[in-house]
Design a protein around this ligand. Structure first.
Ligand code: ZN
Length: 245
């Protein structure tokens, strides 16, 4: 095959590993991958990198080239064309992981949460990881340290876009009947629930998108407590971590 064709595909591999190629580009690359061992090796490497972007403490931003690629895929970057295929569940069932999400819309967390109930587990993890990676590609996203006795991690906070993703390490698994609950902390000390989650089984870290109906800049931080399943109206259990904005 022509060398320049190979190098074109090589350039696409980082974006492919993160699911940032459109369907046509992905199909072309996949057919090249079947014939090119060196591109397959490259892809395996980038899959490791895309994981380690999240597992690094604090998270490391993607390279400038990949950042540009991701930004071009995000809402607002495409002025005229509508986003095409967003979800492709057949790929999910093939276990392609990150390649599932051809376009990430970080402003659709509510919609994502609806889909999530149909495809819990893997999709949830991929979704949160994608949100976290996409947030890293935006300028102006703050990475705030998590403090807790046994737990470490980072909160990615984009106050302008009212989006936050918690990346927490070493969250203990919980017995049935208990849940983690996220609280937004008001300046006066009040707490507003921002969702329930359980740690990801078999993963050293848990990513959790935090959705708030109010603007996040109304709050001074978040806390996470252990609560009975179904959650509480106000914190009643042990606090495992907090983040100051
Ligand atoms: Zn190749």
């Amino acid at each position: 095959m022509a060398q320049d064709e190979h190098s074109q595909f090589l350039d696409d591999i980082p974006a492919y590993a993160l699911g940032a190629l459109d369907a046509e580009e992905a199909a072309a690359l996949e057919s090249h991958l079947r014939t090119c061992a060196s591109c397959r090796d490259e892809l395996a490497g980038y899959r490791l990198v895309s994981d380690s972007l999240l597992t690094a403490l604090p998270p490391k931003p993607p390279s400038a080239a990949l950042r540009k690629r991701l930004q071009n895929r995000l809402p607002g970057a495409q002025k005229q064309s509508r986003p095409r295929l967003v979800w492709d569940f057949s790929r999910l069932s093939l276990g392609l992981g990150f390649a599932v999400l051809l376009l990430l819309n970080i402003f659709s967390l509510v919609q994502l949460r609806g889909i999530q109930t149909q495809q819990a587990g893997l999709l949830h993890r991929v979704e949160n990881a994608q949100v976290a990676l996409a947030m890293l590609s935006y300028p102006g996203v703050q990475t705030l340290p998590v403090s807790g006795e046994a737990v470490s991690g980072t909160l990615l906070l984009d106050a302008d876009r009212n989006t936050a993703v918690l990346v927490a390490w070493n969250l203990p698994e919980l017995p049935a009947g208990q849940t983690y609950q996220v609280w937004l902390v008001e300046p006066g000390g009040g707490r507003v629930s921002a969702g329930l989650f359980r740690p990801e089984i078999g993963q050293p870290y848990t990513t959790e998108a935090i959705a708030s109906s109010q603007t996040l800049s109304n709050f001074v931080g978040i806390g996470v407590t252990i609560e009975p399943a179904g959650g509480s109206d106000h914190p009643t259990g042990e606090r495992v971590l907090k983040v100051d904005f």
